[in-house]
Design a protein around this ligand. Structure first.
Ligand code: PRP
Length: 220
């Protein structure tokens, strides 16, 4: 990306963790490096690329769509799971193709029958919105959703729930805990989201970034 005369900073919100590192690599490949962010010991929250008039910040994944909806960030990089769960008014503009995994209903094999017979089961999940939407609107099955904040696989093991709705990547967490995928809800990957006003006001810069990213993604 070439330098520009626009004085306004374009702000990027990145979800902390695996996705952020991969996203930074991509931005570097399209000529928007953010060297400062690579310093793992830094406690700084916001990082600036003066030359490109861009700034980056890291936040908890579920907060990324919030920053983007309110325009505190023009662009966000976040998982499709978080986009579905948070349901914010943002434009989802690009599938970045990394962070591929699946949202699934998982549990012990014995729970399969309960799913087939549409029993009123308990479903534990970090994603209550996705879980509710799937059971109520897709399967038309009445269930009780229990919100958890992590290590969701514990649900069926300790008897909190019959099944879970969770992300499956390699499947090893399930396997190590004697659980299995029972139904697949949808595929997931990292996406680029854009604030709806920024898309109009900064159309040139943002569409340029999208084009450059698409090119890099095709080459990778
Ligand atoms: C996620 C997800 C599963 C695991 C799936 O958890 O919730 O537990 O990764 O990956 P796998 O199929 O490759 O084993 P995460 O590591 O984000 O932690 P959490 O349990 O605290 O949500």
């Amino acid at each position: 990306m070439s330098g520009n005369n626009n004085d306004r900073y374009l702000t990027f919100a990145l979800g902390k963790g695996r996705l952020a590192n991969k996203a930074l690599e991509l931005f570097e490949q399209i000529g928007i490096p953010c060297e400062e962010m690579k310093d793992k010991d830094s406690r700084k929250l916001i990082f600036v690329n003066e030359e490109q008039k861009c700034r980056f910040f890291l936040s908890k994944g579920p907060d990324v769509p919030t920053y983007v909806e309110y325009g505190a960030a023009d662009i966000g990089i976040v998982g499709k799971d978080t986009i579905l769960e948070e349901n914010r008014r943002v434009f989802e503009v690009l599938d970045l193709g990394f962070g591929k995994c699946r949202m699934c209903v998982c549990g012990p094999l014995s729970a399969k029958e309960k799913l087939q017979h549409r029993e009123r089961i308990r479903v534990a999940s970090k994603y209550p919105v996705i879980a509710r939407d799937y059971f109520h609107n897709v399967k038309h099955q009445t269930v009780d959703i229990i919100k958890l904040n992590g290590s969701v696989e514990l649900g069926p093991i300790v008897g909190l729930s019959d099944v879970i709705v969770d992300i499956v990547e390699t499947g090893s967490t399930l396997k190590e805990n004697g659980l299995t995928v029972l139904e697949e809800i949808c595929p997931l990957s990292a996406r680029m989201i854009v604030n709806q006003v920024s898309m109009k006001m900064e159309y040139e810069r943002i569409s340029r970034i999208m084009q450059d990213l698409k090119k890099v993604l095709e080459q990778n």
